[in-house]
Design a binder for this molecule. Structure first.
Ligand SMILES: [Fe+2]
Ligand SMILES: [Fe+2]
Length: 157
């Protein structure tokens, strides 16, 4: 049965303030929680679910990484190279897991969910956090109160 104590509860300590980033991070948290909610311990059920979710998850993670990297390049963020490397290493590890899975090796959902959770949380808390303050200083506050980085913000740099 799903173990609700494994679920990630979104906290403001994860928030950057830039809307597009926070929205994507929340989606990643939801993805991880969705995975935990599908943990049954039944190999067939979990394999069906993983077959459905894995490609979608990777696609979503790639979109998120691309968003961060695009903003880092536009804002000339000094930690870009190191950050991009962390993203690439992670994608390679995930791709490895998926390859083994498609080759028939058992990938338990609880293992993969925990791996994803640990990586997402520590990456947000450590690496992503390094750009939070920097992005916030560059961003413009929109009338609805949210922060976004616009082309004219970047032009001023
Ligand atoms: Fe991120
Ligand atoms: Fe990141």
């Amino acid at each position: 049965m799903p173990n609700s104590s494994e679920l990630i509860v979104w906290s403001n300590t994860f928030a950057c303030g830039i809307k597009v980033i926070d929205d994507q991070h929340k989606e990643l948290v939801e993805l991880v929680n969705d995975m935990f909610n599908h943990v049954t311990g039944n190999e067939d059920q979990e394999r069906d679910y993983l077959n459905k979710i894995l490609q979608e998850a990777v696609k979503y993670i790639r979109v998120h990484f691309a968003t961060e990297e695009k903003i880092m390049i536009a804002t000339k963020f000094s930690g870009y190279t190191e950050h991009k490397k962390a993203h690439e290493d992670f994608i390679l590890t995930v791709a490895d897991n998926i390859k083994n899975f498609t080759l028939g090796k058992r990938l338990t959902l609880i293992f993969f969910s925990r791996f994803l959770k640990d990586w997402v949380l520590s990456h947000i808390a450590v690496m992503d956090k390094q750009y939070f303050e920097y992005f916030r200083r560059i961003a413009t506050r929109k009338p609805d109160g949210t922060l976004s980085i616009t082309a004219s913000d970047v032009k001023k740099l």
